[in-house]
Ligand binder design. Structure first.
Ligand code: NI
Length: 136
């Protein structure tokens, strides 16, 4: 069965502070620079979700866009949008870098979508930075 892919972009605004509990304060400053600022800072992330699978014979689609929107809304946006990522239980034991945000979004979406549909998550942190995660 040929696989087709469908991707969709979502906006997610959140704050974070990059700080590792396993590093000294000095090492944190050296590693993360101004991103280690105790007060944190925000990003308007662009979260791209790619789903793949066989094209449904009846609908001609890989996945229904409205269904995907609803799943992303309830499992990702309601959880992370306009929050401090450091406070989310997923980031208690890992630094909320955008690498780890990709993994977190992948994890919650993988749970919420039918098995095998989620191909990858790509997150643009700034105009110049993007990160991608394709599963463990
Ligand atoms: Ni940042």
């Amino acid at each position: 069965m040929p696989t087709a892919y469908f991707g969709r972009r979502y906006m997610l605004s959140a704050s974070h502070r990059l700080h590792s509990d396993t590093l000294s304060d000095e090492a944190n400053r050296a590693t993360y620079g101004k991103c280690n600022n105790p007060h944190g800072h925000g990003h308007n992330y662009v979260v791209e979700v790619l789903v793949g699978g066989p094209v449904d014979v009846e609908t001609g689609m890989v996945v229904n866009m409205a269904t995907l929107d609803e799943v992303v809304q309830t499992s990702v946006l309601e959880r992370f949008d306009h929050t401090n990522l450091n406070r989310d239980p997923l980031f208690v034991n890992q630094v909320p870098t955008t690498e780890n945000l990709c993994r977190a979004v992948f994890g919650v979406l993988k749970e919420a979508l039918p098995n095998g549909e989620l191909a990858w998550i790509r997150v643009e942190e700034t105009e110049n930075n993007f990160f991608e995660f394709r599963g463990e």
